[in-house]
Design a protein around this ligand. Structure first.
Ligand SMILES: CCCCCCCC/C=C\CC(=O)SCCNC(=O)CCNC(=O)[C@H](O)C(C)(C)COP(=O)(O)OP(=O)(O)OC[C@H]1O[C@@H](n2cnc3c(N)ncnc32)[C@H](O)[C@@H]1OP(=O)(O)O
Length: 284
């Protein structure tokens, strides 16, 4: 076969494998880097990218598309200049409609299973605060680069709620058992440099451009690694956590719903929401 025919065929197969993304996303920007074919998924649900049912459903869809198209990798980042994501949308948990809450929690489980278990490599360019569910999304990725002077952590206990076991396992996959216990029981939010010191993030960045550059560089490590060997290895490390949730999915939804609707938990959420609003009023 002539060299030019071979290269044409290669180009054609590359084009047909390129991910095709719906342009209908409301809360995401999705773009593919022409140099390395890495997809950047940017959360854009102002003001703080709180994870409601819509945003979670879109993240779940894009993860499905990336897997189908055999993407070589994904970077997760935010369109905000100070918040990666503020975690779960508290309004989904405050006085919830039970049916809506079940859909919401199911969507969160879906995102977790797809992101934590993705066959393709993933990196988070954390360009703002990443509390609770925001920290969870970042920890699901294989590599984290975080812009300096922001906060990250599972602060659920500060809100009077409890991080589910699959959140905890994700943190245990990232930092030590000792640091996980201390962080979770106190609801600790780590500053970027503190997060680096315990291994909650892998690199610090000066700004978003620097974070994206470092996140892109992460994927170069896999250039000579067969994707199938990479994916099986990741599955050996993470697969059993995902199987555990798959087996207990319905129970996890029911338990969370019954806990979240307890009057004491609802009072705690109301108090926390009031604190967030007061913060704004006292700053004005
Ligand atoms: C026993 C029960 C078991 C049940 C199990 C449940 C397990 C749940 C697991 C995970 C839970 C979560 O993820 S809960 C969310 C936790 N998130 C936080 O604690 C972060 C809260 N937000 C902030 O600290 C700050 O907003 C910020 C640092 C992220 C950004 O600060 P900034 O000053 O830029 O912005 P404002 O604080 O003024 O916020 C703007 C606007 O957004 C509203 N807001 C903020 N965060 C949330 C959120 N997570 N959900 C919904 N809404 C949020 C905030 O109130 C402001 O609203 P207004 O403009 O209307 O005042």
């Amino acid at each position: 076969m002539m060299a030019s025919t071979r290269s044409l065929l290669r180009t054609k197969s590359l084009i047909s494998n390129l991910p095709r993304f719906s342009s209908n996303y409301k809360c995401l920007d999705v773009s593919v880097n022409n140099d390395n074919n890495i997809t950047t998924v940017t959360l854009k649900r102002p003001p703080v990218n709180s994870l409601n049912l819509d945003l979670l459903s879109e993240i779940s869809d894009v993860l499905t598309d990336l897997k189908k198209s055999k993407s070589p990798g994904m970077i997760l980042t935010s369109s905000s200049d100070k918040v990666f994501t503020a975690g779960l949308d508290i309004m989904e948990m405050h006085k919830p409609d039970p049916e809506r809450f079940k859909q919401f929690w199911y969507a969160l489980q879906d995102v977790w299973m797809k992101l934590y278990g993705s066959p393709f490599p993933t990196a988070a360019a954390i360009n703002g605060h990443a509390p609770a569910g925001g920290c969870l999304l970042a920890m699901c990725c294989e590599y984290r680069v975080m812009v300096q002077n922001f906060n990250i952590g599972l602060n659920e206990t500060q809100l009077g709620i409890v991080a589910p076991i699959w959140f905890i396992k994700t943190m245990l996959n990232t930092i030590s058992i000792r640091d996980t216990e201390l962080a979770l029981t106190t609801g600790r939010l780590f500053k970027t440099d503190e997060a680096l010191a315990v291994g909650l993030i892998d690199e610090m960045a000066t700004d978003k451009a620097d974070a994206l550059k470092k996140a892109n560089a992460f994927f170069e490590r896999f250039e000579m690694i067969p994707p199938i060997a990479r994916a099986y290895t990741k599955d050996s490390l993470r697969g059993s956590d995902i199987e555990d949730l798959k087996k207990n999915r319905e129970k996890d939804i029911q338990t969370t719903l019954s806990l979240i609707t307890q009057p004491k938990v609802q009072q705690g959420l109301e108090f926390y929401l009031a604190l967030l609003k007061n913060k704004k009023e006292s700053a004005a």
